[in-house]
Design a protein around this ligand. Structure first.
Ligand SMILES: Nc1ncnc2c1ncn2[C@@H]1O[C@H](COP(=O)(O)OP(=O)(O)O)[C@@H](O)[C@H]1O
Ligand SMILES: Cc1ncc(COP(=O)(O)O)c(CN)c1O
Length: 294
């Protein structure tokens, strides 16, 4: 059955971030993707120069009105990423709420793109909008460590802090929280990257429980831009196909395969990413990734 995603993210002429990073992998996995470009830039903002246009809230509204007038505003998912304008982001929230009223099963996947490694790469005034308006209507969020800390006001220096931050994020609204990367020390050695996932689940007896995992993946020795966008898209895809299982190996495989640019392809060994429930499940000696229930 058709599954339609409204993806509101950046477009770049050169390179792969935002919709350029998310749309094609989603289409390959069978999703219909309707994309709105929050900005159209020459390239991502990590280059020395970047030029382009930012879509305003009014322009977003016009596009949405067109979709609505044709009565094709029926979505299964909304996916959002990079935006630069507060009123645009507020309009996104209005659209998500209207689409959720039309389809109460709609899932909103939000990558709260604010910055990384201690510095913001969008205007500061987006922070309160994400915190007070966007995160409360999101079902799945994918902050990196810096974004999770900004949204909760709590630093992450230990695994316990990470769990507390994910609990705080659950309290703000979303049932699924993934901290996509952190600078916590990996157990498998310093060439690994530590991430966390947490999911609030309604049990058949009506009680709620929270499942949490810690994930360690091999770090590719390069800096990638657009990985967060791809990660959020693949989390959407694989949680759709396997609603009770994060199927982390697919997400991570896709990330590494897609983001390795020319001249920095990961080795075949690095592509051997497998999901394991615990250390005890490791049977295959080529496994280079570990996910532990915490
Ligand atoms: N250097 C890297 N080596 C291996 N995987 C990476 C690397 N950088 C990013 N990834 C993958 O991409 C995902 C998202 O990256 P991250 O940097 O956390 O996103 P963001 O761009 O939102 O900060 C990570 O969970 C990881 O799977
Ligand atoms: C235009 C644009 N879109 C999206 C992103 C987000 O990239 P990432 O997935 O690495 O967070 C960036 C990063 N600065 C960007 O400049």
């Amino acid at each position: 059955m058709e599954c339609r995603v409204l993806s509101i993210q950046s477009h770049v002429v050169r390179g792969y971030v935002g919709n350029k990073s998310a749309s094609f992998p989603l289409q390959v996995l069978g999703f219909e993707v309707d994309s709105i470009n929050s900005v159209q830039f020459s390239n991502h903002t990590g280059y020395s120069h970047w030029k382009g246009q930012v879509l305003t809230a009014d322009e977003l509204h016009v596009l949405y009105e067109g979709i609505k007038l044709n009565n094709v505003n029926h979505y299964d998912y909304v996916l959002t990423g990079y935006t630069r304008d507060t009123s645009f982001l507020e309009m996104v929230v209005d659209i998500v709420q209207e689409l959720k009223r039309a389809n109460p099963n709609l899932v909103y996947v939000c990558d709260p793109v604010l910055g990384d490694h201690g510095s913001m790469y969008v205007p500061q005034n987006l922070h309160p909008v994400y915190k007070n308006k966007v995160v409360p209507v999101a079902d799945i969020i994918t902050p990196n460590q810096f974004e999770a800390e900004l949204l909760t006001g709590k630093n992450i220096s230990t695994e316990k802090d990470a769990v507390e931050v994910m609990d705080l994020l659950h309290k703000m609204g979303p049932d699924t929280v993934v901290i996509t990367s952190s600078d916590l020390p990996p157990r498998l050695g310093d060439r690994f990257l530590v991430s966390f996932g947490s999911k609030r689940i309604l049990m058949p007896d009506g009680t709620r429980t929270t499942q949490r995992i810690r994930i360690e993946v091999p770090k590719v020795d390069a800096v990638f831009v657009g990985t967060g966008d791809l990660f959020a898209a693949m989390l959407l895809a694989w949680t759709h196909h396997y609603p009770t299982d994060l199927k982390v190996q697919h997400i991570l495989n896709q990330c590494v395969r897609n983001m390795a640019g020319p001249g920095r392809r990961p080795s075949p060994a690095q592509l051997e990413l497998r999901m394991v429930q615990s250390k005890a499940d490791i049977e295959d000696p080529t496994i280079v990734m570990e996910a532990t229930v915490i």
